[in-house]
Design a protein around this ligand. Sequence first.
Ligand SMILES: Cc1cc2nc3c(=O)[nH]c(=O)nc-3n(C[C@H](O)[C@H](O)[C@H](O)COP(=O)(O)OP(=O)(O)OC[C@H]3O[C@@H](n4cnc5c(N)ncnc54)[C@H](O)[C@@H]3O)c2cc1C
Ligand code: FES
Length: 282
Amino acid sequence: MNISKMHENPYNPEPARIVRHYDLIEDHRFFQIRHVDMNRAMSFTYNPGQFIMLSIPGVGEAPFSISSTPSRPGILELGVRKVGTLTESLFQKQDNDIIYIRGPYGNGYKIEQMEKKDLIITAGGLGVIPLRSILYYVLDNRDKFGRVFFLYGAGDSNQFLFRDEFFQLKARNDLDCMYTVDKADKTWTESEGVVTKLFKNLPEIDPQNTIGLVTGPPVMYKFVIDEFLKLKIPKNMIQLSLERRMKCGIGKCGHCALDHLYTCIDGPVFTYWDTQHFRELI
Ligand SMILES: Cc1cc2nc3c(=O)[nH]c(=O)nc-3n(C[C@H](O)[C@H](O)[C@H](O)COP(=O)(O)OP(=O)(O)OC[C@H]3O[C@@H](n4cnc5c(N)ncnc54)[C@H](O)[C@@H]3O)c2cc1C
Ligand code: FES
């Protein structure tokens, strides 16, 4: 089949090859994948914060955030937690095996709003997967942004994703990384406590010139947003990435509908201002 024709039907998945994979932590695996069609691989563009629909024939399909940055084209990176049928089947795949993807979908982070501003990027647990995309995008376009604070918290050191990679980032002098785990063990050298504890380490910020980003487990949003509000960051300058159950990813099936919003096309990134009017979103 002519591959360029395949792109015309939004439900048609495109073959992609697993280039490399490794375990991040137990039941969480990192995948680098590439479209089989090299032209498509190199021309595929997306915004940080967007997701793809990944499928395995005869097994199923589900959305996954893109964790790589569009500033490094050719390869897509995913971080996947094994929870059910599709992810179990994906974990049986090896390098060079073929899977299928369609997308990119969703809106992604509001990058124009972030330019020239200071950024407080706040992640909890698996929420770091989409935020890793915007983090590397910002680092690859460093002169377009102000100060960057990266706050990441996990349950314990065994649940801290991308540990080696993120600890290497601490050497950079254009990024302020702060890490914490709820419960520390002997191997842990950083803070102990929930991620909101890290806010007290922030220097003075100018709230009109600062964007707050947050993604993490549902329980985290309220507390992190409270910290942003205490810093007087305006509600429309707080960006959240939210997950809802999705089926089509393109605004057709209604699975992710909330009032007149479809989280697959109007989200998954919303401002806190948006969610104030749609409280069910959090
Ligand atoms: C926009 C978006 C981005 C996502 N990004 C990632 C990602 O980067 N990495 C990742 O590991 N997962 C991500 N997910 C979640 C992923 O799509 C689901 O875990 C997926 O259902 C797994 O499929 P499965 O067949 O393995 O499990 P399933 O058989 O579908 O489900 C296994 C268990 O998870 C529950 N479940 C499934 N989906 C959801 C959901 N959306 N919310 C709450 N519970 C759910 C089911 O009820 C069941 O208990 C994302 C979801 C969305 C909507
Ligand atoms: S997932 Fe079908 S409308 Fe959003």
